[in-house]
Design a protein around this ligand. Structure first.
Ligand SMILES: [Zn+2]
Length: 281
């Protein structure tokens, strides 16, 4: 088996650690059935009406789109909100939790994903950095104040033939302006970073207490390198899981998807995936 030696090395790094950093990019969600927005073709496969309008990801995922066509912008984000709420995280999330649970200092997640899948998978909410924000939280588009509030009351009804929200648009409870997801978008001067910054401060406190950290990086691209940068900043041999770009300076490269890699690691560490249920809510 080609990956056998790499899996053994990775398992040894994990067995010896006192804390686990899980650094995750968009690729971790593919095995849960979530769409991949890589390139226009991947993006438009998920959103055909936006292909008809000739809109690329960065042209809809920006604050301007809420000004020019709020129902189209909210059609896109409302559909994603409903999709992420309805998605069951794949078994790999439970394996990651089980690996971290064996370590004295547990695990911490750093992710560029805005989909809330780690929370859904039962990870401690106080041990997650959502570096680009969260679709499950809203803010004012202006913004009139620093308020960030849960999107729990938003139940988007989207006409997916046109990618347009047909239910009520959400508004800022303070000033009545349009509300938007608390996500760092493209060309975004209005994003409120306070929630992510508070998460980051908790992460910094956690990492300073570690003696022998282990790092698993999953599905993190090279285009937006924030996840890779944090993984490498731990200055320990890194377990990099990526089906396309797994090459790593110091550590173990697993050139495969997240779920297959984690399943192999679970076997090597004698973790029973069926005992590490991914959903606890
Ligand atoms: Zn406002």
């Amino acid at each position: 088996m080609a990956h056998e030696e790499a899996i053994e090395k990775a398992a040894a790094l994990l067995a010896d650690a006192d804390g686990l950093l899980v650094a995750a990019g968009a690729g971790i969600g593919v095995d849960s059935g979530l769409p991949d927005f890589r390139g226009n073709s991947g993006f438009w496969r998920a959103y055909p009406p936006l292909e008809r309008l000739g809109l690329a990801f960065h042209e809809i995922a920006c604050p301007d789109s809420f000004d020019t066509d709020p129902r189209l912008a909210w059609g896109f984000y409302g559909h994603r909100l409903a999709l992420y709420r309805a998605t069951t995280p794949h078994a790999g999330f439970g394996i990651l939790r089980a690996i971290g649970a064996r370590m004295a200092r547990g695990s911490f997640v750093f992710t560029s994903n805005v989909d809330g899948q780690f929370q859904r998978a039962g990870f401690d909410r106080e041990a997650i950095v959502e570096y680009h924000g969260s679709i499950h939280h809203l803010q004012c588009t202006r913004p009139c104040c620093d308020a960030i509030w849960p999107a729990d009351d938003v139940h988007p009804d989207v006409d997916m033939d046109a990618c347009r929200l047909v239910s009520d648009l959400p508004h800022c409870p303070r000033c009545g302006a349009l509300a938007r997801p608390n996500i760092l978008m493209f060309n975004d001067g209005a994003w409120l970073p306070q929630r992510s910054e508070a998460q980051m401060a908790r992460f910094q406190r956690w990492r300073t207490g570690l003696r022998r950290p282990a790092v698993i990086e999953l599905g993190a691209g090279v285009d937006i390198p924030s996840v890779r940068r944090v993984a490498e900043s731990m200055e320990v041999p890194l377990i990099r899981v990526n089906p396309r770009a797994a090459e790593v300076r110091k550590g173990v490269a697993l050139e495969m998807g997240a779920l297959p890699a984690l399943s192999l690691l679970a076997a090597a560490l004698e973790i029973d995936p069926s005992q590490s249920s991914s959903l606890n809510a």
